[in-house]
Ligand binder design. Sequence first.
Ligand code: CA
Ligand code: CA
Length: 316
Amino acid sequence: MPARSPASWRCAERGAAVITALLTVALVAGLASALLADYGASLESLAGRHDQAQARWLARGAIDWGRNVLSDDAARTTVDHLGEPWAIRVPPTPVEDGEVSGELRDQSGLFNLNNLAPGGAASEEQQEAFVRLCGAVGIPGSEATRVALTITDWIDADGVSRFTGGDEASVFAAEGASQRPPDAELAHVDELAAIPGVGADLIERLRPFVTALPAPSQVNANTASAEVLHAIVPDLPLDTARVLVAERERAWFKDIPDFNARLPEGSGPAIAAHTGVRSLFILATGRARYGLSVVRMEVLLDRRQKWPRIVWQRIL
Ligand SMILES: [Ca+2]
Ligand SMILES: [Ca+2]
């Protein structure tokens, strides 16, 4: 296949994206009418419960649509970026007596809090990256270091406090913890609220930039914000990271050597173990309304195998 210029590549991607969006509408509508027919024949007697069940099915349909799009993307591409069809939000689409919408949000562009202790063993490189991320959102270095060590103690496999050298559980209990440290990865960013010394204000400041993934993960240089790039790439100033993010709109990073080649002198290189160009974890959101019932469903998808696996799901 002849090499394409980034511009024509992007143009083709946009075309594909529009087609996908159109297909989506057809797919979701088709799925919805099939489901409605099923439920119409059932003995559901309470209208409210019927609506709720229908809305839930529609939301689940949107999630499964997302898994299809991601599976198709993985079969065609080895790089993930925000110009691809999966990154398009499907706007509210009318179906009989309701509407459905959905979106896929990359989690590989975020800082994975569980990387502070990958496989249960603390990582100093990731602690330093976390402190840089905190700096980018206005959290002072001393507080950032304390929080990095606190989260590490909470999730790392051992029971020894990084602050006192004594028993972690006693330290956390003395600070008001209502549970023992799990010594295991966080399942969701919301779990930070259970850790003493990690305040609500800090959580809200970090929330747009962090995630909690079930495995050690690389940050996708094609989808990370400037703040996250600044955090994970050594000596990359925040302003320079912003320029890189603007430039990648014109030409996505093919691989990490390409990314490194476009860093200014004095920055980087990216640490290969922490940085990549793939998005292996995606948060899928399906929203549906049917009658008076509204359902919002969130599902974390793991793309490390061909068909995206559901890590967890929750109804909001
Ligand atoms: Ca891709
Ligand atoms: Ca621990």
